[in-house]
Design a protein around this ligand. Structure first.
Ligand SMILES: NC(=O)c1ccc[n+]([C@@H]2O[C@H](COP(=O)([O-])OP(=O)(O)OC[C@H]3O[C@@H](n4cnc5c(N)ncnc54)[C@H](OP(=O)(O)O)[C@@H]3O)[C@@H](O)[C@H]2O)c1
Length: 328
């Protein structure tokens, strides 16, 4: 079956990184051929495997990105580089999906999880064609919370995260591999903004924006754990209406991109890694509030938390914009 992306001219910016490498793999698995790899001048000329062949890395210069020969650009280069480069690709006419924090909380830019608020992505086609991909914890959290909100109304959310080192990039994965187990630790390697970390602020504000619940109280504590791939989250929610753990499990069994695990099975990063679903389990009553539920999830942060979510957005937007109107 042919996909709306197949004929699109795609640029992967940050192609040598943890997210970019996986994005190339996902594109090649889906049979796309018209793909170019961009990274910094340090990587220009390097060859990257792509399908049965190789791609030669090009330097991501403003001129290259605004040349007008790309339909879609997927950025995974970090916030300051995105702020510098995304406007050039947008000026060249490409739909830009950015995985950094540069546009996520800026008014007017859609922040999209296709299963939750996919229609918002289409709004970008009316403006400068820039769409933000959320934080790797906000994606599985909102994928899980949206169906529960639709069923019983969310009143508050508490969440504790257990985030793998791949969330901090390819170099941190190498560093963990080189560490002895005796050196492993749980850390909070974020930037501090008053009493919260920037990661906690992102998770709170992005969750509110994606769910379109700006007043929803969200209290996160974010922790980095010595795991290579796969983020986990312990979640406590208070609901407006009654919803038993069994009813919540039934709601989530019908939700897209969610797989419910029943005891004795429970979500682990190892089981989530390499998969496309959010694994949700340990659904039970939280006796500390009137209508409280507690649950636990694991998700591949590089796939659904980053590269796959961005590809799903790309498919949505390109399907809405026929190839003919793209070749301008
Ligand atoms: N990892 C995750 O789970 C995750 C999830 C969601 C969002 N994100 C976001 O995705 C972005 C990248 O994450 P990552 O984990 O893939 O990082 P990474 O492994 O450190 O890769 C960074 C990429 O950016 C490129 N780059 C650096 N400076 C550049 C420049 N001046 N011009 C062009 N390219 C440049 C690097 O190219 P060189 O190799 O040439 O230096 C590399 O390809 C970050 O914004 C991150 O917040 C990551």
């Amino acid at each position: 079956m042919s996909s709306p992306l197949e004929n699109a001219r795609i640029g992967i910016v940050g192609a040598t990184g943890a997210v970019g490498t996986l994005t190339l793999r996902l594109l090649s698995e889906r049979g796309f051929k018209n793909v170019r790899a961009f990274a910094s001048s340090r990587s220009a000329g390097k060859e990257l495997p792509f399908g049965d062949g190789k791609l030669v890395v090009e330097e991501a210069t403003p001129e290259a990105l605004r040349a007008g020969d790309l339909d879609l650009c997927l950025f995974s280069v970090g916030t300051s580089r995105s702020e510098e480069l995304v406007p050039h690709a947008s000026a060249g006419g490409a739909i830009c999906i950015d995985k950094s924090s540069a546009y996520r909380l800026v008014d007017g830019y859609p922040l999209v999880v296709p299963e939750v608020n996919g229609a918002r992505a289409l709004e970008a086609l009316e403006r400068d064609r820039i769409i933000a991909n959320p934080n790797c914890c906000a994606i599985p959290l909102t994928t899980t919370l949206k169906p529960l909100h639709d069923a019983a109304g969310l009143k508050s959310v508490h969440v504790a995260t257990y985030q793998s080192v791949s969330g901090a990039g390819a170099k941190r994965m190498e560093a963990l591999r080189a560490e002895s187990p005796a050196e492993h630790n749980l850390i909070m390697d974020w930037t501090w903004e008053g009493e919260d970390s920037d990661e906690e602020s992102k998770l709170r504000q992005e969750t509110q924006k994606i769910l379109e619940l700006p007043e929803l109280p969200v209290a996160p504590t974010c922790v980095r754990v010595p795991v290579l791939v796969g983020h986990s989250e312990a979640i406590w929610i208070e609901l407006e209406d009654d919803l038993s753990p069994e009813q919540a499990a039934d709601v989530l069994r019908g939700a897209p991109s969610v797989r419910v695990l029943d005891l004795p099975e429970f979500p682990t990063p190892k089981d989530a890694a390499g998969g496309n679903e959010v694994l949700v389990g340990r659904i039970r009553c939280d006796p500390t509030v009137a209508r409280g539920l507690s649950l636990y999830l694991s998700c591949d942060n590089l796939r659904k938390g980053a590269a796959l979510n961005a590809l799903q957005i790309a498919e949505l937007v390109l399907a809405a914009e026929p190839a003919a109107s793209r070749s301008r």
